[in-house]
Design a protein around this ligand. Structure first.
Ligand code: ADP
Ligand code: MG
Ligand code: MG
Length: 938
C-alpha cells in the first residue's frame, strides 16, 4: 500500500522543465537544450533522462524503478506534441538518443539517430517526405536552379532531379541505413569498419567517392547488406520494434559512460568517474532531405584566435554526424548566406542572442530541414588558451563581464601553454602543406601513423607526430602520447581538433595536400614521400606543415614577460589581453610569488617574470663541477686542519655565488637553503671507484686517494639516503660546514650593502624535525652573523623548512626558534605518504590513478586531505606561537594552479616556483583571491 502512495523519484525532464544550471542532473547538453527551449529558440521537442538514472543503472545493472513509466509518459506527450507516433508505419516519429554528461566529452560517448525506423516505417517516411517535397517542389526547384551553378551541387542535382519521390526514397533509405549502422555499432558493438566497408564497396561499384551519388536503390541494397552484417555479429535480426530500439539505445548510452575511451578521456581531463551521463531523446529533424537541407556546427567567435565574428562549417544534404566526423568536406558557414539567406540571418540572430545570454563564446550545432532552422545543441565553447585571454578581454570591453570575471575565465594552465616556444621560420623552411591551425603550439617529431606506434616511440622518449587521415576516439592513446597531431581531413570542429584543443596539444587538421597511406606507413605531399620515422614540424597556429625539424623561438607572451614587447604600443590582441588580466591579478592577489633560483641569471630572469624574491636558493650545485675536489677533501679530512682548509677554500666561492644572486635580487628577500643532500652524493659511484682502483693498481700507480675515497663511499653508504644523513643532520655532525655557509651568506650580504645594494638574506635550515635541532644550528649561526654584520645594517633571518611530518605536528615549538617557515612539500609528501619519490611514480602510480586512489599524483598537485592538513596544522600552530610568522612554500607545488589556490586558502604569505611558472602562480594567486567559488572554468 505504502509503496503505491510513494511518488516516483523524478528521472525524466521535459526540455521545458530544465535550465542551464541543472548540468549535474541533466548533463550539459540537456541543460542547454532546456535553456534554449525556454528562450523560445527553435529546438525540436524532447526530454532528458537524468544522470541519476544513469548512476542507478550503472550501480545495479538495471533501470531504476519508475524510469520505464516516466519515459512512457514523456514519449506519449512528445507524440501528442508532434502529432505522430514513434515508428508509426504511415508517418513515423523518429528520435535521436543522445548522451550528454556534465562536462563535454567530445565524441567519447554515443548517439543514435533515426530511432523508430523499421522495414515498414521507412516506407511511411519516404511517402511523407515525398508529399512534403511535392509541396515545396517548385520552391525547391527554383532555389536550386538559382543556386545550382554557384554552389556546384551538380551531383545531387541530378539525383534530385529524377523525381521528387526519388529524392524522398533516397532520404528515407539513407536514414534507415544510418540507424542500422549507428545502432549496430553503438548498441550492439558491431565493428564499425564493416559498415564503412560495405558503404565503400557500393560507392566504388558506382565509381564514386560521394555518398550523394548513391540513389534510393543503392541505399536499399545497403540496408540489406547492413542487416546481414548486423545478423552475423549479433545472432539476431535488426530489432523492428521502435520502443525496443529506444530502450536499447538508452541503455547503450548509459553504458557508454564506462567505455574504455571515455574512462581514458576522463582521466586525462580529470573529470570525476562517478557522474554518469544524461540521455536526451530528441525528435529528429532532417538535414539530409535534399539540397535545401543541411547541417552545421559553429562558434560565435573564432575558438582558435578569439577574433570576433562567427566561425563554422556547413554541409548541405547531410545528417549531423557527417560534419563532426569530417567525413565530407564542409564549406565555411558564411557560404550559407548564398544558399539560404533567411536561415542564415536567423542563425546569426540566434548566435548573437546566445552570446549575450551566456556572456561567453558559445558553440552550436544546427540543422536546416527544407529551409527551416533547428537548434540541436549549444554550450559555452571550448577554446584555445590564446582565445580564452582574448575573448575575456573583449567581453570586458563589450560590457558583458567585469575584470574579476575575466580573470576567473582564464587559468594558469592556459597561460603556461602560451609560454610554449614558437617556430622560428626563415627562408630556409618552406611549408609543404597548409591545413587548419586547429590547436596551437609548435611541434616537431618523428612521423607515426598509428596510435600504437605513437605510444611505443613516446615510451622510448621520442617526440612523435601522429599523422592520420582523420582521428577517431580510438586514437586517444596515440594523441595523448604524441607531441602533435596532423590530419588530412576535417575542420576546426573535427574530432582531432576538438580533442587536441582540450588536451592543449598542437594540431593541424585538414591539410588536404597530404595523401596519407596508413597501411604503407607513409604520406605523400608536393611530390615527396614521408615515411614513418622521418621528422616533420607542424605549427598549430598557422596550420603550416614543414619537413624536418624547425628551430623554435620564445612566444610573444614570453617576450612580453621578458619586457621586450610593450603591450601599450603593439598591435597584438593576445599580448594586450594577457597584460590587462595579469595586471588585474597582481592587483588582487594576496599571495606573493617568489622563485626558485640557484644562479644570478635564473634570478634575473625570474625577476623579469615578476618574482618578488627567491623562495628557494639551493646551495648544492655550488659543490659541483671543479669544486667537487674540495668536497672530497672535506669528506676525507682526517685532521681538524684538513677539514678547515677545505671549508676555507669553499668560502670565497660560495660568497661569490651569493653575491651574484643578491645583486640580481637587489631589495628583495632571498631564502638560501643550507646544504641538504647526503654528502656521499658528491662522491663518484661505488662501482666506478672500484674499477678505477683496480685499473690503477694494475698499472702500479699510486692509488692511496682512490682507495680512501672508495673506503669513504663504503662507509657512508645508506640503505635509505632520503631518510639518512642529510639536511640539518649534516650541520650537526660535520663541524664547520653550516658555519662556512652562514658566513658566506652574511659576508656577501654585507658586501652587497657596502656596494649600495640591499640584500635581504633568509637562511633556511632543511629537514628539521625537532626544535632542538634548529636551536643548535641557530645559536652557532647567530654568533657568526653578529660578528660579520656588525653595524652594516644588514638583517639576516633564520628559519626552517617544514618538510618532516614531525615538524608540522610540533610547529608550535619550532616557531619559537624560527623567524619563518617554508613548506617543502615534496619531502613532506614523500614522508607523509611513505612514498620514495624517485621510485614510485614510474612503479605503480598508474595503478593508483586507475583505481582512483588519487586523481593526480600528490607530487604534482598537493594532497589537501593529508599533506595539506599537515600544512594547515603547522601554519595555525606556528602562527599561534609566533604571531605574524612568515609562511611560504617552495617546491613543485608552488607553481601548480590547484595547489596555489590551496596555499591561498591556508593563508600562506608566498609561494615559490621555477622562473617559468612565476606568471602562472601570479595569475592563479589572483584568481584565488577573486574566486567566488562554485562556478567551473573548465
Ligand atoms: P555529440 O555529443 O557527439 O556531438 P550529439 O548527440 O550532439 O553527439 O549528436 C551527434 C550529431 O547528430 C550531431 O551533429 C547532432 O547535431 C545530430 N543530431 C542529434 N540529434 C538530432 C536530431 N534530433 N535531429 C537531427 N540531428 C540530430
Ligand atoms: Mg556522439
Ligand atoms: Mg553534439
Amino acid at each position: 500500500m505504502a509503496s503505491q502512495e510513494t511518488v516516483d523519484h523524478k528521472y525524466v525532464y521535459d526540455f521545458s522543465e530544465g535550465n542551464k544550471d541543472l548540468k549535474d542532473l541533466l548533463g550539459g547538453k540537456g541543460a542547454n537544450l532546456a535553456e534554449m527551449t525556454n528562450l523560445g529558440l527553435p529546438v525540436p521537442p524532447g526530454f532528458t533522462i537524468t544522470t541519476e538514472a544513469c548512476q542507478a543503472y550503472l550501480a545495479t545493472g538495471r533501470e531504476p524503478d519508475g524510469l520505464a513509466g516516466q519515459i512512457e509518459r514523456h514519449l506519449e506527450s512528445l507524440e501528442r506534441a508532434m502529432g505522430k507516433r514513434l515508428g508509426d508505419p504511415q508517418d513515423p516519429l523518429l528520435v535521436s538518443v543522445r548522451s550528454g554528461a556534465k562536462f563535454s566529452m567530445p565524441g567519447m560517448m554515443e548517439t543514435v539517430l533515426n530511432v523508430g525506423l523499421n522495414d515498414q516505417s521507412v516506407e511511411g517516411l519516404a511517402r511523407q517526405a515525398g508529399g512534403a517535397t511535392g509541396q515545396a517542389a517548385s520552391g525547391g526547384a527554383t532555389g536550386q536552379a538559382a543556386s545550382g551553378g554557384a554552389t556546384g551541387q551538380a551531383a545531387s542535382g541530378g539525383a534530385t532531379g529524377q523525381a521528387a519521390s526519388g529524392g524522398a526514397d533516397r532520404f528515407a533509405w539513407d536514414s534507415y541505413r544510418r540507424l542500422i549502422q549507428m545502432f549496430g555499432k553503438t548498441v550492439c558493438e558491431v565493428p564499425g569498419e564493416e559498415f564503412e566497408h560495405a558503404l565503400d564497396e557500393i560507392k566504388s561499384a558506382k565509381g564514386t567517392h560521394n555518398d550523394l551519388d548513391l540513389d534510393a536503390d543503392d541505399l536499399r541494397g545497403l540496408v540489406d547488406a547492413y542487416k546481414k552484417i548486423f545478423l552475423k555479429h549479433t545472432g539476431r535480426e535488426f530489432p523492428q520494434q521502435p520502443r525496443e530500439q529506444l530502450d536499447l539505445a538508452i541503455r547503450a548510452v548509459f553504458e557508454s559512460w564506462n567505455a574504455e575511451r571515455a574512462v581514458l578521456y576522463r582521466r586525462q581531463e580529470r573529470i570525476p568517474a562517478d557522474l554518469g551521463t544524461a540521455v536526451n531523446v530528441v525528435s529528429m529533424v532532417f538535414g539530409n532531405l535534399g539540397p535545401d537541407s543541411g547541417t552545421g556546427v559553429a562558434f560565435t567567435r573564432d575558438p582558435g584566435s578569439g577574433a570576433q565574428g562567427i566561425y563554422g562549417d556547413y554541409l548541405a544534404n547531410a545528417q549531423g554526424e557527417d560534419v563532426v566526423a569530417g567525413i565530407r568536406n564542409t564549406v565555411p558557414l558564411q557560404e550559407l548566406e548564398q544558399l539560404d539567406k533567411s536561415s542564415y540571418d536567423e542563425l546569426l540572430g540566434i548566435m548573437a542572442r546566445l552570446e549575450e545570454h551566456y556572456k561567453d563564446l558559445c558553440d552550436i550545432e544546427f540543422t536546416i530541414e527544407r529551409g527551416k532552422l533547428w537548434m540541436l545543441q549549444t554550450r559555452v565553447g571550448k577554446r584555445t588558451a590564446a582565445a580564452a585571454f582574448v575573448i575575456a578581454g573583449q567581453l570586458v570591453d563589450e560590457g558583458l563581464i567585469d575584470l574579476d570575471e575575466a580573470l576567473h575565465r582564464v587559468n594558469g594552465a592556459q597561460l603556461a601553454q602560451l609560454m610554449f616556444p614558437r617556430f622560428q621560420i626563415d627562408h630556409e623552411f618552406e611549408a609543404v602543406a597548409t591545413g587548419i591551425g586547429a590547436s596551437p603550439g609548435a611541434a616537431s617529431g618523428t612521423v607515426v601513423f598509428t596510435s600504437a606506434r605513437a605510444v611505443e616511440l613516446a615510451a622510448e622518449g621520442q617526440s612523435v607526430i601522429l599523422v592520420r587521415r582523420e582521428t577517431n576516439p580510438d586514437d586517444l592513446n596515440g594523441m595523448i602520447a604524441a607531441q602533435g597531431i596532423l590530419t588530412s581531413r576535417g575542420g576546426k570542429t573535427s574530432h582531432a581538433a576538438v580533442v587536441a584543443r582540450g588536451m592543449g596539444k598542437t594540431c593541424v587538421s585538414g591539410a588536404d595536400a597530404i595523401d596519407v597511406n596508413v597501411p604503407a606507413k607513409r604520406f605523400t605531399v608536393a611530390g615527396q614521400t614521408v615515411n614513418e620515422g622521418d621528422v616533420v614540424s607542424i605549427d598549430g597556429t598557422t596550420g603550416k606543415v614543414y619537413l624536418g625539424e624547425v628551430p623554435v623561438m620564445p612566444s610573444e607572451v614570453v617576450q612580453y614577460f621578458e619586457g621586450s614587447l610593450d603591450p601599450e604600443h603593439i598591435d597584438n590582441a593576445l599580448v594586450r589581453a594577457v597584460h590587462r588580466i595579469m595586471t588585474h591579478a597582481d592587483g588582487k592577489r594576496r599571495l606573493a610569488v617568489r622563485t626558485n633560483a640557484d644562479t644570478g641569471a635564473d634570478a634575473a630572469r625570474a625577476r623579469r617574470f615578476g618574482a618578488e624574491g627567491i623562495g628557494l636558493c639551493r646551495t648544492e650545485h655550488m659543490f659541483l663541477g671543479d669544486r667537487r675536489e674540495l668536497v672530497e677533501r672535506l669528506i676525507l679530512a682526517r685532521a681538524e686542519g684538513e677539514r678547515e682548509a677545505a671549508l676555507a677554500a669553499l668560502l670565497p666561492l660560495q660568497r661569490d655565488d651569493f653575491g651574484e644572486i643578491f645583486r640580481a635580487m637587489d631589495g628583495l628577500p632571498v631564502t638560501v637553503r643550507l646544504i641538504d643532500p647526503p654528502l656521499h652524493e658528491f662522491l663518484p659511484p661505488l662501482e666506478q671507484l672500484a674499477v678505477n682502483v683496480a685499473v690503477a693498481q694494475e698499472r702500479g700507480e699510486d692509488v692511496a686517494k682512490e682507495e680512501a675515497l672508495l673506503a669513504a663511499v663504503r662507509r657512508m653508504h645508506e640503505e635509505n639516503p632520503m631518510l639518512g644523513l642529510r639536511g640539518v643532520r649534516l650541520g650537526l655532525v660535520i663541524p664547520g660546514l653550516f658555519a662556512m655557509q652562514v658566513r658566506a651568506i652574511a659576508e656577501a650580504a654585507v658586501a652587497c650593502a657596502r656596494g649600495g645594494g640591499v640584500a635581504k638574506p633568509e637562511i633556511m635550515v632543511p629537514l628539521v624535525g625537532a626544535v632542538q635541532e634548529l636551536e643548535t644550528v641557530r645559536a652557532e649561526a647567530e654568533k657568526i652573523i653578529a660578528e660579520v654584520v656588525g653595524d652594516s645594517g644588514v638583517e639576516v633571518l633564520i628559519g626552517t623548512m617544514i618538510e618532516v611530518p614531525r615538524a608540522a605536528l610540533t610547529a608550535g615549538q619550532i616557531a619559537e626558534a624560527a623567524q619563518f617557515f617554508s613548506f617543502g612539500t615534496n619531502d613532506l609528501t614523500q614522508m607523509a605518504w611513505g612514498f620514495s619519490r624517485d621510485d614510485v611514480e614510474g612503479a605503480f602510480f598508474w595503478r593508483y590513478l586507475e583505481l582512483g586512489i588519487f586523481g593526480i599524483s600528490p607530487f604534482e598537485s598537493i594532497d589537501r586531505d593529508g599533506v595539506g592538513r599537515l600544512v594547515r596544522i603547522a601554519a595555525e600552530e606556528g602562527r599561534a606561537a609566533r604571531p605574524g610568522l612568515k609562511l611560504g612554500v617552495c617546491g613543485e607545488h608552488g607553481g601548480d594552479p590547484d595547489s596555489v589556490h590551496f596555499f591561498h586558502e591556508v593563508g600562506l604569505d608566498y609561494v615559490s616556483c621555477s622562473p617559468f611558472r612565476v606568471p602562472v602562480a601570479r595569475l592563479e594567486a589572483g584568481r584565488a583571491a577573486v574566486e567566488t567559488g562554485g562556478s567551473d572554468s573548465r
